[in-house]
Design a protein around this ligand. Sequence first.
Ligand code: EPU
Length: 433
Amino acid sequence: MALFRITGGRPLHGSVAASGSKNAALPMMAASILADGPVRLQGVPRLADVETLSLVLRDLGMEVGWTPDDALSLETVDATPIRARYDLVRRMRASFCVLGPLLARRGRAVVSLPGGCNIGHRPVDLHLKGLAAMGARLRLRHGYIVGRARRLIGTRIELSGRHGPTVTGTANVLSAAVLARGTTTIIGAAMEPEIVDLGNMLNAMGGRISGLGTATIRIAGVQRLNGTIYRVIPDRIEAATLLAAAAITRGSATVTGVVPDHLAVVLDMFRRAGFQLEVGDDWVSITANGPPRPVSITAAPYPGAASDLQAQWTALMSLARGRSTVRDRVFANRFLHVAELNRLGAQIQRRRSTAVVTGVRSLAGAAVTASDLRASAALVLAGLAARGRTTVRCVHHLDRGYEGLDHKLTRLGGQIERIGDGEQWLASSPLRG
Ligand code: EPU
C-alpha cells in the first residue's frame, strides 16, 4: 500500500492547473453506452476511478482508450453484454450509472448493487424508483439488479429523498430518459455543475433536455443519439482542495483552468475565513496572511457547501483562531478523518453529523491513515501544515479521485514523497497510451 511522507510547515506558493472533473466524467462515460457512434471526452482526468469504469465498460462491449491527443475514446463494438460485475461496482459506486443507459439502449441490464461505503450508508433506492417509474422491471437477484425494459416511457419523477437530491441518481435517470418515449420531468433533481455538464453532453449527442441546473429537468425523449466530442468541466473539488492547501500552509497560490462560478460558495467561505482572493475569467488566486478566522459550514446539495469539501475545510478550521462547526447534511457519517486529524494535534469532537472544531495554534506530524478520498485530502493538507513529518497511509484512496495531487502540491513547494506501489495502477493501466 502506498503512503505519503510529508515534511510540513512550508508555505506553498505558485500556480497550478485544475484537472477535469471526476464526478462529471464518470456519468458521461457511462452515458456513452447510449451513443450510436464514438464518443470522445476531452479533459478526463487519469484516475483509478476512470480506470475502473473503463473496465466495466469493456465488459459491456465497449472499446475504451486514450487517444494520442489525450481524449478518452469510447465506442460500442458489441451491444450484447449487459452485466456489470460486483468486484468492479463494489470498488467504485459510480459504476452503477451504467444501469440507466443499459436499460435505455439495450433493454436489459444486470448490474451489481454497490454495497457498503466508508463515508456512510449510500442506498440506490432513488435510482431504482426513477427507472421503475419509466417502466423498467427491476428485481434483486443474488446481489445484482436485474432489469428489463422494452422502451422506457417518459413520466414525472420525484427524485429527492430524505437527504435531498441524488447526484448519480439524477445522472442515471436523466441518461435513461433521453431515449424514452415521451417527456420525462425530474422533480427534485440534483443541480450540481456535473449534472449540468452531463446534460449538455447528452444534448450535444442529440438529446432534448431543458432545465439543467434547476431542480426541475425536462427531457423530451429522442429515438437515437449520436457520438460526440465533448470537453469535461474542470474539477471544482480539486481546485478548492488546492486553494485550501495554500491557505492552510499560509502561502499563496493560483489555480488555473477553473470555472469560478462553480466555486462561488467555497470562495465565499475562504473570504469569510479572512483569505484574500482574486478571481479571473478562468483562474482563482488565494493569499493567506495568517491563520483563518473560524467559519462554520453545513455541507448540503449544490449550491450549498460541497460535502466533498467538508473534510478539507475541517482540516483548515483546525488551525483557525477560535471554534467552528462543520456539519454534513448529505452524508451524516462522513467523519472518519476526525480521529486522524486529532492524531496531528487538532481538537475536534464529533457530535452526530457535526464536527466541532476548536482551533489550535499548530499541528505536529504523526502517522495517520486515510479512510476515503476526501479524508485523504484533508490529511494531506493537515500534514503540509504540521510541524515535522507526517505519514499518510492508504493514499490509494487519494489516487481514486485526484490526478497527481502529490505532483501538483510538490510543484507548489510542498515536500511530499510517495513511497510504495502507489501509482502502479497507472503503470499497468490497460488504458495506457
Ligand atoms: N441517497 C438515497 N437514495 C439514493 C441515492 C442517494 O437516500 O438512491 C442519499 C445518500 O445516502 C445521501 C444523499 O442521498 O445521503 C446524496 O447522495 P448522492 O446520491 O447525491 O451521492 P452520490 O451520487 O452517490 C455523488 C458524488 C459524491 C458526492 C455526492 C454528494 C459522484 C460519482 N459521486 O455521490 O462524490 O459526495 O454526490 O455530492 O458524483 C467524492 O467525489 O468523493 C464523492 C463521494
